[in-house]
Design a binder for this molecule. Structure first.
Ligand code: 4AD
Ligand code: MG
Length: 426
């Protein structure tokens, strides 16, 4: 038997045609002489109806919510049906009869997290997961088209790439190891071989606070480019984000609409993006009645405020050196700041980027200031000893980008099985 997907038969050209469908029972409504079954598959939902005189009536009576089944029927346009078409079912076959499905309408968010493995079947999560898949596709495509090699770094590492305080420590035989927070240190070694590299891999952060934008395990798209200056780094960030937005706007229209987002607004996200320095951002905030002294990192409410002035993501450059990582290049014109940027979309940090500090002495000083032992970074320091070159790169939080594109409240819902400080199950 050849099965069609539901979405493909929601089409006038199938009116009156006999089709085979398969999927799961999304809803069921029983009347004396009619049973309505809403069938769900990966692509959409469709209403099915069975009459009491049908040979499948008994099967229809027996079938429960989330049972899997195969059915045959003719397609009819019907305004009252949830997706505008109805299948008049002539044959229904239960494949896997479902026990009473634990998810019903008014379940708490906490309960839905307990049964996450079942909740991912919901239309909302399914839509988000499709956007997520498209985001991965777009990132790979963008880098491949632009001559980047895919390059992997270890997940079990010996030194902190970001901040020691958010490292997950693991026992590694007789030594201590850490789960990777970033591929960056190994990427900076890799550009001496491949020059233009990227990856998408999990990163781990032992963030203790529970927020709507932090996961302890997230997917990190990172890029490192030899010879690239700060201007090139900013262009790369806006081009990548725009490429992802275009692709999602074009290929995920239905999903975006279902999630209440306008694909046209997403398609309008094209370079150039607004760029402001951290110092300028402080002035802007002051006008809005938010006083932030120079040297303080921006909090979410402040980032949101900055974003509220623009329709596109904002590139905030030149943060104070002391709030940023040891590897970010000191700005030659404003030595209190670094040649780096955060790209903010609707108050979310989508990208963290920088030109890399070339001066080995400065790197060592800053490592010490952060309480790190430079001895653990010998392999990294070698990148500055043997044919050092100007280079730059960034990290993009894939879940942050999905959250920004879909407008979903909590980052937890951008990944099938979120990892947060309060939850490791299921
Ligand atoms: O700004 P971060 O910490 O930068 C780095 O890790 C650099 N080493 C990247 C590089 O230059 N290769 O992280 C990069 C991005 C952030 O902008 C954010 O989008 C995301 O990773 N991110 C998180 N996403 C979800 N949960 C978390 N706990 C995240 N921490 C960072
Ligand atoms: Mg950052």
């Amino acid at each position: 038997m050849i099965f069609k997907n539901i979405d493909s038969v929601l089409n006038t050209k199938f009116e009156g045609e006999k089709v085979n469908l398969r999927g799961w029972v999304y809803r069921k409504r029983e009347q004396k002489k009619l049973i309505f079954i809403i069938l769900r598959d990966y692509s959409n939902i469709i209403q099915g109806v069975i009459k009491a005189d049908s040979k499948s009536w008994k099967e229809a009576q027996k079938i429960t919510i989330e049972s899997s089944c195969e059915l045959t029927g003719t397609v009819h346009k019907d305004k009252r049906a949830p997706t505008g078409y109805e299948i008049r079912i002539s044959n229904l076959k239960i494949i896997g009869l479902s026990e009473v499905f634990p998810i019903t309408r008014d379940k708490s968010a906490e309960f839905l997290r307990d049964v996450r493995h079942l909740w991912i079947r919901s239309r909302e999560i399914t839509s988000i997961l499709k956007v997520r898949s498209k985001v991965f596709e777009a990132i790979h495509e963008y880098f491949r088209k632009n001559g980047y090699y895919e390059y992997q770094s270890p997940i079990l590492t010996c030194a902190a790439g970001e901040s020691g305080s958010t490292q997950f420590e693991v026992k590694y035989f007789k030594e201590k190891a850490f789960l990777a927070q970033t591929w960056q240190l190994y990427a900076e070694a890799g550009i001496f071989a491949l020059e233009k590299i990227y990856c998408i891999a999990p990163s781990f952060r032992a963030e203790k606070s529970i927020t709507s934008r932090h996961l302890t395990e997230y997917w990190h798209a990172e890029v490192e480019t030899a010879w690239q200056d700060f201007e090139g780094l900013q262009k790369l960030g806006e081009e990548l984000i725009s490429y992802v937005a275009q692709k999602v706007a074009k290929d995920c229209k239905k999903e975006l609409q279902f999630l209440g987002k306008d694909p046209k607004e997403i398609a309008a996200i094209k370079p150039p993006f607004p760029r402001i320095t951290y110092r300028k951002a402080l002035e802007l905030l002051k006008k809005d009645g938010m006083k932030v002294p120079f040297g303080k990192d921006l909090r979410t409410i402040e980032e949101k405020k900055i974003c509220s002035h623009y329709k596109k993501p904002v590139i905030v450059t030149h943060y104070p050196k002391k709030v940023k990582a040891f590897y970010m290049k000191e700005d030659p014109e404003d030595k209190e700041t670094v040649q780096g940027y955060d790209m903010l979309g609707d108050g979310l940090e989508l990208i963290g980027a920088s030109t890399r500090e070339p001066d080995i002495k400065k790197i060592v000083e800053r490592l010490k200031a952060q309480g790190e032992n430079p001895k653990d970074y010998e392999f990294y320091l070698d990148t500055r000893r043997y044919g050092s070159i100007p280079h730059s790169g960034f990290g993009l939080g894939v879940e942050r980008v999905v959250q920004w594109l879909t407008g979903i409240d909590n980052i937890r819902d951008t990944i099938a099985f979120p990892r947060t400080p309060d939850r490791i199950k299921p």
